[in-house]
Design a protein around this ligand. Structure first.
Ligand code: THG
Length: 372
């Protein structure tokens, strides 16, 4: 198979695009209508830096939806399955967003910048449109737009050393998901302790897209002593860690799933007064129990790559679930995958197979996360 995907005007570039090209990006995916680097051609080194060193990622495609105004908290609270009224200025929170049927339509990080000002740092779906429509229908006094904000992630156990070099000692005071507004020689930023891996690190939310190349170089230079290298949200590590990817693990238009099926129950506040989109449906789902469960799988045999669709999972010839993501885990030395299995069999599923493009392959169910 050999083809290319066009770089054209209807898919946006991140402010780090030119820098990633100069640094040898080999492959992009598309996320939030933007090019998102997928890899730089050396998967082993990219994984190794994330798990044992430090790596820098252009995650400008994690777009922000800014909601501000007198009714900002009301709107955000209504959009999110998690109660956000108690969220504090200067902290982020992981918040499932559902539609009226209780189906997950995004799983952003919510940053509270002020009592009346929020960013939803979104996964791959059009939440700005959703938020604008809901606000208009409810006559809320809010202003909604996509600000000029593009995150650059610095991830891995040596990320603190790099970010300290750039900003100073205070970065160690940031607890998980905490953030601070600051600047780097006049480059306006938000620095947060967060990121799409379980290896620890920071996200630098660049607030002036004209300075993407400059910020990329600054991080690269500060990280040289730690052998920093370019990478991208890393599928093997993310699957090992059990982190969800909306768009890959589920998507409204492809394989709709509710937050209970996806294992996000800790982030859904069904009890109490908190009213939000999907609450009624989610109460019904919670009462009867979710139809499926997100699980891990081990796959026997050769490395599998390039799974682009949910693949059918069978038991005795009957479809009992789907496989959504697969990767080879360097730390486990095995192929690992995630997917959704019918609840009745999720706990003790035996004799499963997945239909791969090359034929059936045996599967074994595993608990998530694979590595804690
Ligand atoms: N950072 C920012 N924006 C993002 C992501 C990010 N937007 C897209 C995508 N990632 C959104 N999805 C996730 C999924 C998981 C997490 C963050 C964003 C995450 N989860 C932890 C977990 O599940 O263990 C922590 C959850 C918690 O304890 O609250 O970090 O990465 N800016």
């Amino acid at each position: 198979m050999s083809f290319s995907i066009g770089i054209g005007p209807n898919t946006r570039k991140s402010p780090y695009f030119d820098a990633t090209v100069a640094d040898g990006v080999q492959s992009f995916s598309v996320y939030n209508h933007m090019y998102l680097p997928a890899h730089f051609g050396d998967p082993d080194a990219e994984y190794d830096r994330l798990v044992n060193g430090v790596t820098m990622w252009d995650v400008g495609a994690q777009r922000q939806v800014e909601i501000r105004g007198a009714d900002a908290e009301k709107l955000v609270d209504y959009l999110c399955a998690r109660d956000v009224k108690s969220s504090r200025v200067g902290y982020g929170r992981y918040v499932p967003v559902c539609n009226h049927d209780g189906i997950l339509i995004n799983d952003p990080v919510l940053l509270r910048l002020a009592a009346d000002r929020f960013w939803l740092s979104i996964a791959d779906s059009d939440i700005e449109l959703w938020a604008r429509a809901i606000a208009a229908e409810r006559d809320y006094d809010v202003e909604i737009h996509e600000p000029d904000v593009s995150p650059l992630a610095v991830q891995g156990p040596r990320a603190p050393a790099v970010v300290e070099q750039l900003f100073g000692d205070w970065i160690h005071e940031l607890t998980y998901f905490a953030f601070r507004e600051t600047e780097l020689d006049g480059i306006p930023l938000v620095v947060a302790r967060s990121g799409w891996s379980k290896q620890g690190g920071f996200e630098l939310y660049l607030r002036d897209s004209k300075r993407g190349g400059e910020l990329w170089e600054r991080v690269k230079t500060a990280g040289a002593a730690q052998d920093i290298g370019p990478g991208a949200p890393n599928d093997p590590e993310r699957i090992e860690s059990g982190l969800l990817s909306y768009g890959a693990d589920c998507r409204l238009q492809v394989d709709p799933a509710d937050p209970f099926e996806l294992g996000l129950e800790a982030f859904v506040d069904l009890d109490g007064e908190h009213d939000f989109i999907g609450k009624r449906a989610l109460r019904e789902i919670a009462a009867r129990g979710p139809a499926r469960r997100r699980v891990g799988f081990y796959l026997e045999g050769d490395t599998v790559s390039g799974v682009t669709h949910p693949l059918p999972v069978l038991q005795a010839g009957q479809r009992v679930g789907s496989l959504t993501e697969v990767a080879h885990s360097p730390r486990l030395g095995r192929n690992i995958a995630t997917g959704l299995l019918a609840s009745e069999i999720a706990a003790a599923a035996r004799d499963l197979e997945v239909i791969l493009p090359g034929g059936p392959r045996r599967l074994e169910v595993a608990a998530l996360p694979f590595i804690r």
